[in-house]
Design a protein around this ligand. Structure first.
Ligand code: TXA
Ligand code: MG
Length: 317
C-alpha cells in the first residue's frame, strides 16, 4: 500500500524524481506525474491500465501559467478562467510543442485545469512543471473521492498519496472547448452550464457523441462499478428484480422491499450538490456490498444534476 500523508515537500521530491503521487482536488483525486516528462507520463497510463488514446488533463497553479503550454487563449476562455479558477473547469486549447504528444494522445489540443484545493495548489506552485493527472482509478471504474479509495485500487502502483480529505465537489471537472466564438461542452461536470452561461452566454452541449468521442470520457461505458447498474423508475426496477439482493441508490426518497440489501439516499433534502459529492463513494459502497445489482434513478437535470445523470447513464451502459 502507498503511504498516505500531508507532506507537500515529500510529494514534490517524488514528482521531481519522475514518480507518481495521488493528489486531492475539489472534484476527485488525481494520479499525478510530471506532464513534461514522457517517462513519468507513461507510468501514469500504466498504473491506470489506461489506453494511450485517452489523453490526460494538465494541472497548473494559475491562469497565468497557461500561456506557457498553449498557443492562444480565446477571450471566452479567459473570462471563464477569471471567474471560476481555481475550480472545476478544464479547457481544451491548442497546445504548444512543450506538451508531449503522449499527454494529448496525439491531439492538437491539451486539457488544462487549475484545481481548487489548498494542498495541491501549494504543490503546483512549488513545482517547475505542470502535472498530468487523470482520475486516480483503474480505467473505466468510478473515480476516487477519498484517499482510501485510491489506496484500495492503486496503492501498490504509486509512491505517495497526498491526503486532502474528502473531495468537496465529488464529480469530475466540466470540459469545454472553443470553435470560433462558440463554447462547446464536452463533459458535464462540477461546474454547471447555467453558471458558465451567466458569464459567456450560450454553451453548445456536445456530450452525447458516443461513437467517435472527442474525449474518451464520452465513451458510453465509463465511470462504472463492477456490478450491473440500472437507471430508471426504482419502484418498477425493484419489482422486476425482487428475487435477488438489491442495492438502491436513490436521490431523495427511501424505498421499502424485503429484497433491498443496502440502500443509500444521496440527498434527503434534494440538493444536487450534496448528491454529486456523495455519488462516487456511494457507488463504491454498493459495489462492495452483498447486493447483486444496483438500481438507481435520474436526478433533476439542472445544475450538477446534469453531470450526475451523465455518470449514471454511462455507469449503466
Ligand atoms: O476533475 C477532473 O477533471 C479530474 C481531476 C483529477 O482533475 N481529472 C479527470 O481526468 O477526470 P480523467 O483523465 O479521468 O478524465 C479526463 C477526460 C478524459 O475523458 C479525456 O479523454 C478528456 O478528459 N481529455 C483530456 N485531454 C483531452 C484532450 N486534449 N482532448 C480531448 N479530451 C481530453
Ligand atoms: Mg477518469
Amino acid at each position: 500500500m502507498a503511504e498516505i500523508g500531508k507532506d507537500i515537500a515529500k510529494a514534490k521530491a517524488l514528482l521531481e524524481q519522475g514518480k507518481l503521487v495521488a493528489i486531492p482536488t475539489e472534484t476527485v483525486y488525481g494520479l499525478a506525474g510530471n506532464a513534461l516528462d514522457i517517462t513519468a507520463v507513461t507510468k501514469v497510463f500504466a498504473a491506470k491500465d489506461r489506453p494511450f488514446f485517452d489523453p490526460l488533463i494538465v494541472h497548473v497553479p494559475d491562469a497565468d501559467s497557461v500561456k506557457n503550454y498553449v498557443e492562444e487563449i480565446p477571450q471566452k476562455a479567459s473570462a471563464l478562467m477569471k471567474e471560476f479558477w481555481p475550480g472545476p473547469i478544464t479547457f481544451l486549447l491548442n497546445k504548444k510543442s512543450i506538451i508531449p504528444d503522449l499527454v494529448t494522445s496525439g491531439l492538437d489540443r491539451v486539457g488544462v485545469r487549475c484545481p481548487n484545493h489548498e494542498l495541491t495548489h501549494e504543490l503546483l506552485k512549488s513545482l517547475s512543471f505542470p502535472l498530468a493527472a487523470p482520475s486516480a482509478n483503474p480505467f473505466s471504474y468510478v473515480s476516487p473521492t477519498r484517499p482510501e479509495h485510491v489506496n484500495e485500487q492503486l496503492g501498490t502502483k504509486i509512491d505517495y498519496i497526498l491526503d486532502g480529505g474528502e473531495c468537496n465537489i465529488g464529480i469530475e471537472s466540466t470540459i469545454v472547448g472553443f470553435e470560433n466564438d462558440k463554447v462547446i461542452l464536452y463533459r458535464a461536470g462540477g461546474m454547471s452550464v447555467e453558471k458558465m452561461e451567466l458569464i459567456i452566454g450560450d454553451v453548445e452541449v456536445r456530450v452525447q457523441s458516443f461513437s467517435n468521442p472527442q474525449a474518451p470520457g464520452q465513451l458510453q461505458s465509463h465511470y462504472a462499478p463492477r456490478k450491473i447498474l440500472k437507471v430508471g423508475n426504482i419502484e418498477k426496477l425493484i419489482e422486476e428484480h425482487k428475487h435477488i439482493k438489491i442495492g438502491v441508490l436513490s436521490f431523495q426518497k427511501k424505498y421499502a422491499s424485503d429484497s433491498i440489501e443496502m440502500q443509500i439516499v444521496l440527498s434527503s433534502s434534494g440538493d444536487p450538490n450534496e448528491a454529486a459529492q456523495k455519488l462516487f463513494s456511494a457507488l463504491r459502497e454498493l459495489d462492495k456490498s452483498a447486493a447483486e445489482i444496483i438500481l438507481t434513478e435520474e436526478v433533476p437535470n439542472t445544475g450538477l444534476g446534469r453531470a450526475i445523470n451523465d455518470r449514471l447513464r454511462r455507469a449503466s451502459a
